[in-house]
Design a protein. Structure first.
Length: 150
């Protein structure tokens, strides 16, 4: 195993056929994502990462689906629930490890936190530290293949 990489074990794979199905699948992930967790969300722009987070936030009673939006410009959205605090983080516009450090992500980590990080694969440290990786891939107009690996 090369430095900074991590062997993956596929936990689940599913293809959803609508945004509603993607949200519904997100709702099933509460047990798998029980805190503390650092989760990398991989996928191209528009692949459904925020849509999946809507379901995850709802599963933890941290936010309603309609309250979950992409943190592209604010970089971090926080959703507090009774069982977990979710931090939805978008690193698309973060380019250097120094910029990443200014976000102080380590300060967000706690026993009851789940960090859901979009574009985290840009930073080898996050790839190495991740607990779970969820990859979303478009399949046709509204289909999404979702792979979850540890």
């Amino acid at each position: 195993m090369s430095h900074g990489s991590k062997a993956s074990e596929l936990l689940r794979e599913i293809t959803t056929h609508s945004a509603e199905e993607t949200i519904g699948f997100g709702r099933t992930l509460a047990e798998l994502l029980s805190p503390p967790k650092l989760v990398l969300l991989r996928g191209d722009l528009g692949a459904g990462k925020t849509t999946l987070v809507k379901g995850i936030a709802a599963a933890f009673d941290a936010a309603s689906e309609e309250d979950v939006t992409s943190p592209t410009f604010t970089l971090i959205h926080e959703y507090r629930g009774p069982r977990a605090n979710l931090f939805h983080i978008d690193l698309y516009r973060i380019d250097t490890p120094r910029e990443l450090d200014t976000l102080a992500l380590d300060d967000l980590r706690s026993e009851n936190s789940i960090l859901l990080i979009e574009w985290g694969e840009k930073f080898p440290r996050l790839v190495y530290e991740r607990d779970v990786e969820i990859a979303l891939e478009r399949e046709g107009e509204s289909g999404r293949r979702i792979r979850i690996a540890r």
